[in-house]
Design a protein around this ligand. Structure first.
Ligand SMILES: [Zn+2]
Length: 237
């Protein structure tokens, strides 16, 4: 089974991520960038609030660091908000000590996004399930917060799950797992496609004999991102 999965991943390195869509099939993504977020670091898991904040920033930075993607975040400070809502004008990461019965109790965390009919995400909130044991340092037997939040930020920006075992967006995570703290190439490709429409960057280099230093020719495909977004917005609106 493991070998099959690996073979699939190797055979189609660009096709393993998935994107969230609405019922019309429009990909869900932010059009208003930077995306703001706030943190409610209050927790009963015994985690240091300063550490919590710094690793949550790190999780957002992972996605912001993907090259050639016009996605960025704007931290707007701490908040007391501790419930998911799109009307509170706050995109919040918070700890949920009293996980509701109608949320799957097996979820380590749950990210809500709200989008309008043409797929623009207008709000998100992220609840971290305090029924589980959390660590900020990858401690064995506990779930690593940085690991989980990096995965959830992927959902907050429109990414679905990936079949690639080492992808941040792979759906499952065990205690002690820290591999999802940093993105895999599969995650980066998914984000790039979602925000630029570019599937893969192509470079062709041609060298003929005799003068290799002067015969290099490179072509770089660059995304027309602003135009893409504006067209999409106007055609739907
Ligand atoms: Zn997930």
């Amino acid at each position: 089974m493991l070998a099959q999965v690996l073979m699939f991943a190797l055979a189609s390195p660009a096709g393993a991520y998935s994107l969230k869509t609405n019922t019309e099939g429009d990909a869900l993504r932010w059009l208003k960038i930077p995306v703001s977020y706030q943190i409610n670091p209050t927790n009963r898991s015994g985690l240091d609030e300063t550490e919590v904040e710094s690793l949550i920033h790190g999780a957002f930075d992972q996605w912001q660091a993907v090259t050639k993607v016009p996605l960025s975040f704007d931290y707007q400070g701490e908040t007391d908000v501790s419930a998911p809502s799109y009307t509170d004008n706050a995109n919040v990461v918070y700890f949920e000590n009293n996980w509701p019965d109608d949320w799957d109790s097996g979820f380590l965390a749950l990210t809500f996004t709200w989008s309008v009919d043409y797929g623009e995400i207008i709000a998100f909130d992220m609840a971290i399930n305090e029924s589980f044991d959390w660590t900020t340092s990858g401690q064995k037997g506990k779930h690593d917060l940085y690991n989980a939040v990096t995965h959830e930020v992927g959902h907050a920006v429109g990414m679905g799950h990936s079949d690639v075992l080492d992808a941040t967006m792979f759906a499952d995570s065990q205690t002690g797992d820290t591999a999802k703290r940093s993105l895999s190439e599969d995650d980066a490709q998914g984000l790039r496609y979602l925000y630029t429409g570019i599937v893969a960057e192509q470079r062709w280099s041609c060298a003929t004999g005799g003068a290799p230093s002067s015969s290099f020719f490179g072509f770089l495909a660059v995304a027309g991102t602003i135009g893409l977004r504006r067209r999409r917005f106007e055609s739907e609106g």
